[in-house]
Design a binder for this molecule. Structure first.
Ligand code: HEM
Length: 321
């Protein structure tokens, strides 16, 4: 482990002692020594086939961790008698579950009932972020899988794209994130796409005015109106040209400073006095953004985790044992 990485981890343990202390680095070193390599190899193979896996997993990890904690509650499939988090509106477009299944199958073959689905999501996201050009970081493991997965929880908790900056900061702040973490986490929108339903009001009828959002670059608004005239339309969250929705970098922050944010909250952080200074710092320093993103991801990965004898190790990530 590099000295810089180690000191970041010590710092994190100091700031965020409880949850992180329950998790451990190299938790599987004896029980499943190849676990992290197996995850990495399968993520690499998937990334080679489709690099949008970086966006898919990063969002999956976020939606899992903020609802019932990072406990793979999002992975549970609904049954005829029981809905699950997958039935919640914000989760309809979450992708990447097949890769998690593939990794789980490989791990069960080598170390049955040992590696949790929640650790798989955490490790796979970490690897996909790095492959996309993002930071390389170590994450502690030892999470266990939860017993609860309800659509209501996800619908209630996951924020809408028009949340205010104050609302966004308190959403993240409630789970121990400061403004540097919160803005860095939104920087995950450097990858991936949004469907028109999440922003079309900004280009057609902003807040009932019948006009586009004045905070959006008018050329972009015009282009997006065309995009959204077609059913199934979507746009890259990071509009830097040439559009690179699979490369993980700080260009997103430059774009929102140029009024080219797609989601309202992305645009708002560029101008709100509570966040604009941090946006400027990340826009001007890719290394700073990547470092802070790694710190924030380790914190996010520790939100309300189950450890020790709590929860279970699922054998199939889509169903409770
Ligand atoms: C206030 C907080 C946030 C809001 C309101 C928000 C909202 C959204 C929305 C509306 C979309 C588009 C979904 C679609 O149209 O299918 C999206 C996509 C995405 N979000 Fe967020 N998000 C937030 C925070 C985060 C965080 C913390 C992360 C990860 C650390 C994240 C990662 C992503 C990624 C990677 C995508 C693209 C997914 C893909 O291409 O499949 N978001 N987000």
């Amino acid at each position: 482990m590099k000295i810089a990485t180690f000191s970041v981890l010590l710092l994190l343990l100091f700031i965020f002692p409880v949850a992180l202390a329950q998790l451990k680095f190299k938790f599987y070193s004896e029980s499943c020594p190849n676990a992290e390599t197996i995850v990495e190899n399968l993520v690499r193979q998937q990334f080679a086939r489709d690099p949008s896996i970086t966006a898919a997993l990063t969002r999956m990890h976020f939606h899992d961790c903020f609802v019932q904690g990072c406990d793979a509650s999002l992975l549970i499939d609904p049954t005829t008698s029981q809905l699950s988090e997958k039935n919640a509106g914000p989760n309809f477009s979450v992708r990447g579950f097949e890769l998690i299944d593939e990794i789980k199958t490989a791990l069960e073959a080598q170390c049955p009932s040992t590696v949790s689905c929640s650790d798989i999501v955490t490790l796979a996201t970490r690897d996909a972020v790095f492959l996309g050009g993002g930071p390389s970081y170590v994450v502690p493991t030892g999470r266990r899988d939860g017993f609860v997965s309800n659509p209501e929880d996800a619908n209630e908790i996951l924020p809408p794209p028009f949340i205010s900056v104050e609302g966004m900061l308190s959403f993240f702040g409630n789970k121990g994130m400061n403004v540097f973490d919160s803005v860095a986490l939104l920087g995950a929108h450097t990858v991936g796409i949004a469907s028109c339903g999440n922003f079309v009001d900004r280009v057609t009828n902003f807040q009932g005015t019948g006009l586009p959002d004045p905070s959006m670059d008018p050329t972009l608004a015009g282009r997006l109106r065309n995009t959204c005239a077609v059913p199934g339309g979507f746009a890259a969250l990071d509009q830097s040209m040439p559009v690179t929705p699979v490369s993980f970098d700080n260009l997103f922050f430059g774009q929102i400073r140029e009024r080219k944010g797609i989601l309202l909250i992305d645009q708002l952080i560029a101008s709100d006095p509570a966040t604009s200074g941090v946006v400027l710092q990340y826009a001007s320093n890719n290394e700073l953004f990547k470092r802070q993103f790694a710190i924030a991801m380790v914190k996010m990965g520790a939100v309300d985790v189950l450890t020790g004898s709590a929860g279970e190790i699922r054998t199939n990530c889509r169903a409770f044992n």
